[in-house]
Every structure is written in C-alpha cells, then in structure tokens.
Design a protein around this ligand. Sequence first.
Ligand code: PEP
Length: 258
Amino acid sequence: MTRQKIVAGNWKMNKTLLEATQLTVELHEALGETSLPPHLQVVLCPPALYLEKIKSLLTLLHADHLAVGAQNCHQAANGAYTGEIAADMIASVGAQYVIIGHSERRAYYAETNDLLRDKTTAVLKAGLRVIFCCGENLDEREANRHTQVVAQQLRESLFDLEAAQWQHIAIAYEPVWAIGTGKTASPDQAQAMHQFIRQLIGEQYGKAVAEQTTLLYGGSCNAANADELFACPDIDGGLIGGASLKAKDFSTIIRAMK
Ligand code: PEP
C-alpha cells in the first residue's frame, strides 16, 4: 500500500493578496509540466482571507495537484465568536485541509490539547482533513522527555477518534526548537520520532491505521535538506514554513518527495 504523501506550505501571517497570488503563479510555473507522483498532495496554506482567491486561481491554472488549507479554525460550528472562522466556512470556499495545533498557536494563543481535540472534531465534521502538529520544545528535548511530550499531545487530542476517522488525519512532527530557527532535526532524530509516532498509533488503533497514516516533518526543512529527510522510511512529506514563501525553494522541496 502506498501511503499518501503531503508537502504543505504554511505561509503564516505573510504576503499581501498581490504577493500571495504572485507566489501561487510562480510556484505553478516552477513546477512546470513535471508530473508529480499521483500519491503526492501539495497543500498551500495562505492566510484565511485569501483562501477563496488562491483556490479560484489554482482552478483557473488547472493546478489540480495543488490543494488549499487553512492555518487554524474555531472549534464551534458557528456563533458569537467575533473574528473567528468556523470549519464549515473554510470548507465552503473550497479548502480541503486545516492545520491544527501549530506550536505558534499553542504558545501564543494558549491552545491546549483539550481545545485541539475539539478543533479536530470540528474540522472532521466539516468534511475537511486535519494536519495535526505536535512536537517538543528545547527544554523537553534536552531533558529527554520528547517522546513523552508528543505521546501526551497525541493521546489527549486524537486518541478519542474512531479508527475510520484517521484516514482524514495527517500528523506533522515539528520540534519547536527547529521551527524558524534554521536548526533542523537530523534525519535520524526525525525518523526516530516518526517511527515512535507510528508505533503509538499502531498500539492504539492497530497496524493498518498506523501504516496508512501520513506523517510529516516540519522545522527548518529547506531545499538543501528535504532530500535526506524525505528519504526516511516513516517521513511522508513535510510542513514547510519559511521555505514555502519562495517558489523556487518550495518547488525543489516538493520534487524531493518521491
Ligand atoms: C512551521 O512553522 O510549520 C515551520 C515548519 O516553519 P519553518 O519551516 O520556517 O521552520
């Protein structure tokens, strides 16, 4: 069985609308006519404000291999939550994915494992796919608590799901010390954690679910190191921040995923 591979670009709070559309066109051009493997999904996660525009642009460009996703959503279906965006709204503009639990949201918006469980449920209810982020900070890594931290994040947010719901979940392992720092986890460190995560899913849901789940690496992944990270047997792609803002770099990373 070939697991689905995913390379997703998290644009965070960057780019004006004009810049975002330019980046999309440049990426489409940089990917050119090269056909991507059928099991590879590329996902662009622009600021939510541009989701509909980028989705329409991709349709216009016939870039069928590129999907769009949101960077966050609210846990409620609708209601008096000024400034927030519900999963159904994201689905209604043609997006297919939502990133949940990014470490910046955990750190700056106090998102807890419990809240992220509710957000995950909301995303799945809307018929969207989840890219669920987990990862330890530097202190936790240095105290050799990294597997314990990641296990707790997954158990508390995801392990109430039904086995069948896992076909809509991808996990992004993003060590916080590697995000935006230029410090990448070594392929050995990344592979060890991915293997651990797959084993954990297997213990909870069985081998079939574990083998089918897409596991992404994120944290200073770039055009120079993507090849060796993506060559690891349990790494099925990447969640890319900074390097996804440059079409040339991001297209090189996409091509590194075979
Ligand atoms: C991220 O924020 O998800 C990320 C991986 O960022 P960067 O690639 O810039 O480290």
